[in-house]
Every structure is written in structure tokens, then in C-alpha cells.
Design a protein around this ligand. Structure first.
Ligand SMILES: C[S@@+](CC[C@H](N)C(=O)[O-])C[C@H]1O[C@@H](n2cnc3c(N)ncnc32)[C@H](O)[C@@H]1O
Length: 265
């Protein structure tokens, strides 16, 4: 039986994930992606291939948000010859894409040992030079600031944050969905060098306006570069009743908008 990966937006079966222009993810078994809505055509010739056999059950399998950020990074052309930091790297999907797009160097951090091992193995399997490290924002801030910082953080609002490091920490981001987003926006000026760029992806349910405001207050020029509507996957489905009860979600609605924010320092 095919192995299945479960994440915040979708699920898919085993096989190579081939992600090309438009980032339609066709995994032999299930078509799992809706088309990305973007105001500009993709300039990317990038084709991301991740080996799902390397993505264990404790690691966030890349999906809509991952590919939306990859696509936006490719379209923006910011990774070429840049020193790139991929925060919250998970399987390494975004950092590896930056390496494929021609980054001069890629450093990636995650708090999950399983994710760090997975991303490092993915990089080795593609012969890409990605420096994957166990750690978080304080660790990354000790390095000299980067040209480009990319982040697909946990952003799903949830009643209680899990204490243990594990798969749930990949999406669960506390009642307002902002535990990691706030940390990212606070530390952005330490991570991104002057003239550099931060690109992040998040849900409408985690207050993108707050991200824009915090980054602007920290000296960045900010704009939303992509907005895409996707159907709820298993994680959002599981949160739906609580989101409805607490007034965060219209009754019966089962879609969300994902937003990619670009912030230039
Ligand atoms: C939504 S997943 C994104 C994975 C990958 N970047 C992608 O786009 O598919 C979020 C990741 O952030 C990691 N994470 C959660 N809190 C973190 C923190 N404070 N610092 C670093 N990584 C964190 C989780 O372990 C998880 O791997």
C-alpha cells in the first residue's frame, strides 16, 4: 500500500513529487494541488524533486504553502547568487529550491531533529550544498545577516500549543496562529542584511496585516506578492469547528487564502 503523508493542506501518496511551472503537484496517485493564483507569469524553470521516501512521519511533507513560496521566490529571482537562510526548513523543500535556483549558499534551520536529518538527506540525495542546522531564530541571528530569508512557519491557529517537539509543531501556532510569525517579524532586521529580502508564506487566519505592519515598523518595505485560495486539508478540517466557534471562520466555509509577503530591507 502506498505510504501517505499528512499535512496541513493536503495528503499525497508515495512516488516522486515533481513540481514544475505552476507547481501542479502530480504524485502518480493523487492530484493534490489547486492552481496557484499569481498576478505574474512564472519566470521559473525550476523543477523541484523531493524523494518522499526520505520524508518520515515526523516531518512536514511539502504542500501548497511550500510550493507557493517556492514559486514566488523563483518568480522574484531573489535567490540567484544570494546568501539564503531558510527558516523552519522541514523537509528542506524551500531551501533546496533556493539552491537549485542558483543561491551562492543556503543555510537552513529547524527545531525538529527529524526535519534536520530529512532536509540534510534530501540535499545529499540531490548533491546540493545546503547547510542544515538544528536551531531557531536566536541561532540564525548569531550568523552574519543574509541576503535572502525565506520562511514557511507554523501558522495554523489552535487552542493549545504542543509542548513536545514533533509534527504538530509544524503547523500549530497557538490561538492567533502567530507564535512563530511574531518571532520571525521581530527578528527580521537581525536576519536580513540591508538591501536584502524576506519572503514568507502564511494563512489569512494568522493575520497577514500584522506581519506587514510589524515588518514595516522594523524598517522593511512590504507587499503581498501572491494570494491563493486552497481547500482545507486534514489539519484545517480538524480546527474548523473551533475556528467557527471562536468566530474566526464563517460557518460552513472550508477554504483559506494563503498569502506570500515580500519585505525588502
Ligand atoms: C510548515 S513546516 C514548513 C516546512 C518547509 N519549510 C516547507 O515549506 O515545506 C514548519 C516547520 O517549522 C519548524 N519549526 C516550528 N517552530 C520553529 C522554530 N521556532 N524555529 C525553527 N523551526 C521551527 C517545524 O519543525 C516544521 O518543520
Amino acid at each position: 500500500m502506498a505510504k501517505s503523508f499528512h499535512g496541513r493542506g493536503c495528503r499525497f501518496g508515495a512516488g516522486f513529487l515533481t513540481v514544475g511551472r505552476g507547481y501542479t503537484l502530480d504524485v502518480n496517485l493523487h492530484k493534490v494541488r489547486s492552481p496557484v493564483v499569481s498576478s505574474e507569469p512564472s519566470s521559473a524553470a525550476a523543477v523541484a524533486e523531493l524523494d518522499p521516501s526520505i520524508i518520515g512521519p515526523d516531518v512536514y511533507a511539502p504542500q501548497d504553502d511550500s510550493w507557493l513560496l517556492c514559486q514566488a521566490v523563483a518568480d522574484a529571482g531573489v535567490a540567484v547568487d544570494a546568501r539564503v537562510l531558510d527558516m523552519c526548513t522541514g523537509s528542506g523543500a524551500v531551501g533546496l529550491e533556493a539552491a537549485r535556483l542558483g543561491a551562492r549558499s543556503v543555510t537552513a534551520y529547524d527545531i525538529s531533529p527529524a526535519a534536520v536529518e530529512c532536509a540534510a538527506r534530501q540535499a545529499r540525495s540531490e548533491n546540493l550544498d545546503v547547510d542544515v542546522r538544528l536551531g531557531s531564530f536566536d541561532d540564525a541571528a548569531e550568523l552574519s545577516a543574509f541576503d535572502v530569508v525565506l520562511c514557511n512557519p507554523p501558522y495554523v491557529p489552535a487552542e493549545a500549543v504542543p509542548v513536545e517537539i514533533g509534527l504538530e509543531r509544524a503547523w500549530n501556532a497557538g490561538p492567533d496562529g502567530r507564535i512563530v510569525l511574531d518571532r520571525l517579524c521581530e527578528s527580521a532586521a537581525d536576519l536580513v542584511q540591508k538591501g536584502g529580502v524576506l519572503m514568507l508564506v502564511q494563512s489569512e487566519f494568522a493575520d497577514p496585516d500584522k506581519s506587514l505592519q510589524m515588518l514595516s515598523d522594523n524598517g522593511f518595505r512590504v507587499r503581498e506578492v501572491v494570494r491563493s485560495t486552497i481547500a482545507f486539508g486534514p489539519v484545517m478540517d480538524a480546527q474548523a469547528r473551533w475556528l467557527e466557534r471562536t468566530g474566526r471562520l464563517e460557518i460552513g466555509r472550508r477554504t483559506e487564502e494563503l498569502v506570500v509577503i515580500r519585505a525588502d530591507r
